[in-house]
Write a protein that binds this ligand. Structure first.
Ligand code: ADP
Ligand code: MG
Length: 412
């Protein structure tokens, strides 16, 4: 019996290992369906090689892939498994086919209901949810079986108990593996992102410093020249233009400098209200030009210490991206909400623009990654670096064609 249990466990590991080896770095929708197919294979194998007990009872682990896919993928992804399970059950035939159909239908309807809550949980929460779904399914199964069974002998209870234990242990191990894989992928992504930021901030800070000096010297000499009495008014205006342009160049250099460590000169201790209002005002004309309306709601009272210029620039970039995403959809509304939640400030920026695929989301923050014709691909980099400087976190939710929501949480 132990051998069959181990064999069944191997079946369960099969999709997990394939996913780990082949699709760990990118889970595209195609790969998601491949995982469903692999899970279907597991399910069939579990049914084909059940664990046989003395009394002629059998235990199988078919509901484990079923539950896990139902929790991660909801109705849409578990439906093929539901078909496969019942299709194969009909091929096997024999007693209990209809009971199995009814039972699997109940599970098919109930378990995916948890899916949404499940996806909002932490790693540990998801494991608990899966265990709960497992306990529920197995209990329901033996409850139904108990009804069909006239005499509830001690053997029946022993069987129930052992099946229970096998199922729960198997779910626990498989879910722990899956969650560990997910955590590893996430950690690596965070690490890569901060590596990139480090590289670019070192580079840009040194270049910006180098360029700033000649700019200052040149503008100093031009100032002197402007004061000269021997130059004509025409020449004076040329010098003014040159000075203006130099000033602009200096601004651009300063923007680059914001990639690097926070500068104490601009540090403030505040609640983001002033910065949001400022950015709303300066972005209004640009929004209007693209038929976008900006709607801000501000309820935050928590304060935080941050670099004012950096935060302004970060909001400008976020607003600009939102507006640009809606520009292609013929306009819309950009919702901005700043609120407080216990010990952190929550900033939500929501547009109804073109949206992104999950692959595109994972590219965000890479230097020079842009899908726009005249994009710089530096906006998101600056946003990530700024939020990192205030120890905050950015979540991106996006649906292609529907829009994007940036959720920024900043601990105080
Ligand atoms: P740029 O705006 O110059 O292209 P960013 O770094 O600001 O560079 O943005 C990088 C890319 O991220 C954009 O080209 C776009 O594809 C994507 N992006 C950013 N914000 C959004 C958004 N709100 N909606 C859709 N796509 C976005
Ligand atoms: Mg941008």
């Amino acid at each position: 019996m132990i051998e069959t249990i181990l064999l069944n466990f191997l079946f369960l590991l099969f999709p997990v290992i394939i996913a780990l080896v082949f699709f760990e770095d990118k889970l595209t929708s195609l790969n998601k369906y491949l995982i469903v197919v692999l899970s279907a294979v597991t399910l069939v194998l579990c049914m084909a090689f059940p664990i046989k007990l003395d009394l002629g009872f059998i235990i199988d682990l078919r509901f484990i892939p079923f539950i896990i896919i139902a929790l991660f993928g909801g109705y849409k992804m578990v439906f093929p498994l539901y078909l496969v399970l019942n299709g194969y059950r009909f091929i096997i035939g024999g007693e209990g086919t209809y009971q199995s159909l009814i039972f699997s239908t109940v599970i098919f309807i109930l378990v995916p209901l948890l899916s949404k809550k499940f996806s909002q949980q932490s790693s540990r929460g998801r494991i608990l949810y899966a265990l709960f779904a497992g306990v529920f399914t197995t209990s329901l199964y033996y409850f139904a079986l108990g009804f069909n069974y006239q005499k509830l002998t001690s053997e029946f209870w022993l069987l129930t108990f052992s099946s229970f234990v096998v199922n729960i242990i198997a779910i626990f191990i498989i879910m722990s593996l899956i969650e560990k894989i997910i955590t590893n992928v996430k950690t690596r992504e965070i690490y890569l992102r901060s590596e990139r930021l480090n590289d670019i901030s070192d580079l840009s800070a040194s270049i910006a410093h180098e360029i700033r000096n000649p700019l200052t010297v040149t503008s100093g000499f031009l100032q002197l020249l402007k004061g000269s009495k021997t130059i004509s008014p025409d020449e004076k205006t040329y010098i003014e233009f040159s000075l203006q342009e130099l000033e602009r160049a200096e601004k651009i250099v300063s923007d680059f400098l914001t990639f690097s460590k926070p500068q104490c000169a601009n540090m403030v201790y505040s609640d983001f209200k002033k910065e949001i209002e400022y950015v709303e005002n300066i972005m209004k004309p640009y929004a209007k030009m693209n038929q976008v309306e900006i709607q801000v709601s501000f309820t935050n009272t928590l304060k935080k210490s941050y670099d004012e210029n950096q935060i302004q620039q970060c909001f400008i970039n976020l607003f600009k991206n939102g507006i640009e995403a809606m520009k292609e959809n013929g306009g819309g509304s950009l919702y901005v909400d700043v609120s407080e939640q216990k010990d952190h400030i929550a900033i939500v920026i929501k547009d109804s623009g073109i949206g992104m695929t999950s692959e595109e989301i994972s590219q965000l923050g890479k230097p020079y990654y842009s899908t726009k014709k005249e994009g710089t691909g530096l906006g998101m980099l600056m946003i990530y670096s700024t939020i990192r400087n205030v120890k905050g976190d950015i979540k991106v939710e996006s649906i292609v064609g529907k829009g994007t929501t940036f959720l920024i949480t900043i601990p105080v």
